[in-house]
Design a protein around this ligand. Sequence first.
Ligand code: NDP
Length: 249
Amino acid sequence: MTGKLDGKVAIITGASSGIGEATAIALAAEGAKVAIAARRSDRLEELAKTIAASGGQALPIVTDITDEKQANNLIDQANAELGRIDILVNNAGVALTGNIDGGNTSDWRRMLDVNVLGLLYTTHAVLPILKAQGVGHIVNISLVAGRLARAGVGIYNATKWGVNAISESLRQEVLKDNIRVTIIEPGLVETEINNHTTDPVAKKISEERLKAITPLQSEDIAAAIVYAVTQPQHVNVNEILIRPTQQER
Ligand code: NDP
């Protein structure tokens, strides 16, 4: 069977669950060799087995992307063991929502560390490799709230607005190097992301928003990523905004 990504190598951060896991499966199904990164090694090993059982190849690399050395190692190890890097999907993220007024400042630091600095570390490490190859694609996962601010989501909003700003600046910087940059902005997706929210009020609001509609599934977002990375080289899909049909804002 021939896939649209035969011979390509993709790195996916946050591959131990949700959107990252579905994306790794979808890219591998198109023929890409995938390096899968996150902190939970058991989940990565399980995913590697699932991909191998379908005839794909997955390399688990346990990584905390908030540690710059680990982020550098992820890129170097993937490049050394899989031979090249064509696609980096910066998907790892946390949504520790809650009001700014009286908010939990350690949650703020964690969101900035994972959603912004972690994404920057992997990006910084991969760029010299993509430039030397003369081709590459970076896909950054933002969200609808990267465009629309909402009470109770301010710092999460800020991190994803940051992701959008970083992505657009980078796109302009590296287009001369034949490197594409894509922003994916999903609405509500049913994953385990809300499990980590520490503020009980914010957690309840998120759960109720999810229950009120038919949410997106991780595979819906993976399909959008596959679309973006399988276009001809002269086409750069800059942004994809995807909401569940019933989501108003
Ligand atoms: P999940 O909680 O299922 O997945 C988050 C992933 O990030 C996990 O694999 C987790 O792995 C990883 N992660 C968290 N912290 C770190 C870290 N320090 N280092 C490495 N990996 C880390 O949530 P989703 O699949 O929903 O989220 C994926 C992305 O999609 C996020 O960027 C999120 O902001 C975005 N998004 C989600 C939406 C939703 O409604 N679910 C909507 C729009 C965007 P581990 O814990 O093993 O390290």
